[in-house]
Design a protein around this ligand. Structure first.
Ligand code: SF4
Length: 417
């Protein structure tokens, strides 16, 4: 890349966990994961959605396993995905009867790459520890990792009550919110300790502690990261719809990632009716990429536009290039290794246009209102052409395609070697 960009801080050390061939933590790149919203018992719909999520870039996909029909469907979903050449690991999300479903459906226990347990709703009273233990024993028997996923909406009430009572005895009691944070952290850590005592090694335990407030999430994970070296799954629960969900998740997860905390992320967006479930994968990738952790697709930098340009040419061009890239990426990933590092700039006028374009690998500065109707194109920091006339957009798109072929295609690599 031609420009100057800062790198993120170093990551927190965590014990790596192998989830069906995908390493989470232990210094591996932050993993993107997602969850289906189909009825798992509906094999066709679930296979289609898992395939779409995997093709969009989800490296792990979680599915709900809530009843016998869902558990029975899991091995058939796995087989169908394998036949499609989609090897994305599947995680089973269990609540209340997970121990029973895993015992009754060995094919399900085998086909899943990880079991997710919520210690707050694994069972009640004396059944709780026994049923939690039974799932952990299944994980040991089948050689699978687990995620111990605490959620404040289903927090272990007995633990919270005990901590509230203890807090009353303190000379300077914590606030109710602080006690709740401590209960969430303890629930995760005590459950992990119990799983390890049963015999599940630490390199098969991932922790998460989801809440729905940005500041709460930052506080809880900062403490969890300070008190353990477990691999951590980050996610803001009930983040919401549209821009609210994206902003809240990005703010919370971004702050933690910046501190080096987090080994895998999921952006929990509520899709609009009929909306595309893969949006959560795209947002997760964009968050990691804009923060400098990973590269997934070429970046298109575009100015926001202002009163200096009344034309919509640059907006359309930026959008066309962005869509072109997303559409072509599945093929380009194979054909042009390294293409995800490409940076394209599409700028609206001469004020910042040439400067920003020079920082990109290839950039164009379109004419603003009243400017000479010419568009300089910069390649690798140097002016390479000046486009004129009505076909500027088409010509620039062709120049981008030629640049990709030259730099990332077989010929370009051979010439460079
Ligand atoms: S590059 Fe020009 S058109 Fe774009 S925001 Fe800046 S001043 Fe406005």
């Amino acid at each position: 890349m031609t420009g100057y960009y800062s790198s993120p801080f170093s990551r927190r050390h965590s014990v790596g966990v192998d989830v069906g061939g995908v390493l989470v933590g232990g210094g591996a790149p932050v993993v993107v994961q997602s969850m289906t919203n189909t009825d798992t018992a509906d094999i066709d719909q679930t296979v289609a959605q898992v395939a779409a999520l995997a093709r969009a870039g989800s490296e792990i996909v979680r599915i709900t396993v809530d009843r016998d029909e869902s558990a029975a469907a899991v091995p058939r979903i796995r087989e169908r995905l394998d036949r499609l050449g989609i090897d994305v690991p599947l995680v089973g999300d269990f609540h209340y009867i997970g121990h029973q479903l895993l015992a009754d459906h060995p094919g399900c226990a085998e086909a899943l790459a990880k079991y997710r347990i919520n210690p707050g709703n694994v069972g009640f009273k004396e059944k709780k520890d026994r049923q939690f233990g039974e799932i952990v024993e299944m994980a040991i028997r089948y050689g699978k990792p687990v995620r111990i996923g605490v959620n404040w909406g289903s927090l272990d009430q007995a633990l919270l009550t005990r901590l509230m009572d203890e807090n009353q005895e303190r000379g300077s009691p914590l606030t109710a919110v602080q006690v709740m944070h401590e209960a969430i952290v303890q629930s995760a850590l005590l459950s992990a300790e119990m799983a390890e005592q049963i015999g599940l090694p630490r390199d098969r335990i991932i922790l998460s502690a989801k809440v729905s407030g940005v500041q709460d999430l930052v506080a809880v994970y900062t403490e969890l990261a300070r008190r353990s070296d477990h691999s951590l799954h980050l996610g803001l629960t009930e983040a919401g719809m549209g821009s609210k969900g994206i902003v809240a998740s990005s703010a919370a997860i971004g702050i933690l990632l910046q501190q080096g905390i987090g080994d895998t992320i999921r952006i929990s967006l509520t899709p609009e009716p009929g909306g595309d479930r893969t949006r959560e994968v795209q947002v997760a990738q964009e968050l990691l990429q804009t923060m400098g952790f990973r590269q997934f697709v070429p970046i298109v930098a575009a100015c926001p536009g202002c009163g200096r340009t009344t034309s919509t040419v640059f907006q359309e061009l930026a959008q066309n290039i962005q869509e072109d890239i997303r559409r072509n990426m599945p093929v380009w990933r194979e054909k042009y290794p390294g293409v995800e590092e490409l940076k394209v700039a599409v700028m609206g006028c001469i004020v910042n246009g040439p400067g920003e374009s020079k920082h990109a690998d290839i950039g164009i500065s379109l004419p603003g209102t009243g400017e000479t109707p010419t568009a300089p194109v910069f390649i690798d920091g140097r002016k390479a052409a000046t486009l004129r006339g009505p076909a500027i957009a088409d010509e620039f798109q062709k120049m981008v395609a030629d640049y990709i072929e030259r730099r990332f295609g077989g010929g370009g690599r051979a010439a460079a070697e």
